[in-house]
Design a protein around this ligand. Structure first.
Ligand SMILES: Nc1ncnc2c1ncn2[C@@H]1O[C@H](COP(=O)(O)OP(=O)(O)OP(=O)(O)O)[C@@H](O)[C@H]1O
Ligand SMILES: [Mg+2]
Length: 98
């Protein structure tokens, strides 16, 4: 059973199309590596999964519950419920230069 389903995810920053119809599933116990050149959209994709970016189209479902379904986001309450169970270690995770 998939715990994460991503379908045709699209995201642009103004004219720059970063994510062009990205689709993949993650099953229980999968360990996934996302690889690609700098600027190819890896962080943007991850940020989208936890709703730090709003996507322009496509679907994201966690445990069969839609965060966003064909570009339509679930209610703020549902979004919070879904994303509160997800985490991300930021690329530049230090908040202070020390
Ligand atoms: N908030 C933003 N506003 C405008 N452009 C952005 C924004 N965030 C990312 N971008 C652009 O989107 C593209 C993808 O960036 P992203 O950080 O997702 O790439 P990446 O694959 O994580 O790169 P790296 O390997 O360097 O971490 C880049 O061209 C970046 O400049
Ligand atoms: Mg990155």
């Amino acid at each position: 059973m998939s715990i994460l389903q991503v379908n045709k995810l699209k995201k642009s920053f103004d004219q720059l199309q970063v994510l062009k119809q990205i689709s993949f599933d993650v099953d229980k116990n999968d360990v996934i590596a996302v690889i690609g050149p700098s600027g190819s959209g890896k962080s943007t994709m991850l940020r989208s999964l936890i709703h730090l970016e709003e996507i322009d189209g496509g679907s994201i479902a966690v445990h069969d519950e839609f965060l966003v379904n064909e570009g339509i986001y679930s209610s703020p309450k549902q979004i919070k419920q879904i994303t509160s169970r997800m985490g991300m270690v930021f690329q530049h995770f230090n908040l202070s230069p020390i």
